[in-house]
Ligand binder design. Sequence first.
Ligand SMILES: [Mn+2]
Length: 355
Amino acid sequence: MQMTFRWYGEKLDSIPLKHIKQIPGVSGVVWSLHDLPAGDYWPMERIEEVKAQAAAYGFNIDVVESVNVHEDIKLGNANRKIYIENYKRTLVNLGKAGVKVVCYNFMPVFDWTRTDLFRPLSDGSTALFYEKRKIESIKPTEFLEDMSKQGISTMPGWEPERLSKIKELFMAYEGVTEDDLWGNLKYFLEEIIPVAEKNDIKMAIHPDDPPWNIFGLPRIIKCKKSLDKFLKLVNSPSNGLTLCSGSLGTSANNDIPEMVRIFKERIYFAHIRNIKRFDNGDFTETSHKSSDGSLDIAEIVKAYHDIGYRYYIRPDHGRHVWDEKCRPGYGLYDRALGIMYIHGAWDAYNNSTLL
Ligand SMILES: [Mn+2]
């Protein structure tokens, strides 16, 4: 496996590359051009700029998260042709720059969803939290106002220009079923996967977070059955997965180690983090330690080790600890602790095979 760390770039991230360099065993940064709206073409010079910044610290830029998919593509609107063309041209440029994996998601309107960005845990740290009842009872517009107050507008997937059109978007999705969304995803894949193949890129879809429908919007990438269906839409090695333990794991029906073993050939990016599920449907993010959450992270790492996983891992989110001021879920300290937990487990499994 190759350990990576998400970095928002020189202008948007509070964490400098020189600090990431001091986390043991990190070979690359996971990056994006966060200032470009979904659907835009990524010019070569902008890609090369990030590549040079990362290379100055010995990091590769093999993994992009994300090249976002324009809503017109998810909706299957006539305009999708323009945005798919831009997507293809962007993939060609990323291939030229040596990018190997492109993460993206296909969630309508809202990206990952939480109700609290800084919810206190019993140890005095804070973490991202999801309150089921609140999501079920609040209107999407009220929810958005609440999130804006908490500072979400700087987070990827929650760009103000996209969300300012929230009412229009909801109207556009009226009557769009899960089957429609599957059809639009298939159309998109049939267009871009051949381009990814030609440019030696693995596309890696991120599951829906959380993996169930919210605000009446359809969500389709949420369980073993849907991952299997997804991979068969276009049966190519370039059509793969970002297996996010913390997203899929919020549903108790999803067995993450089992999924790692089943989908091993097509997992190109692993997001590893823990969450704690509560009986009422709420969940909170926690440290990576298995005993702190509902997921056995050591067992998940073992599954990756067992399959001889060669691709990319990142610690995904972390808590906010030691009074760090950071983007919600994206501090330095707890993600670095997570990396060391994963490295520790991995090394232990390495040694145990020698005994
Ligand atoms: Mn994730």
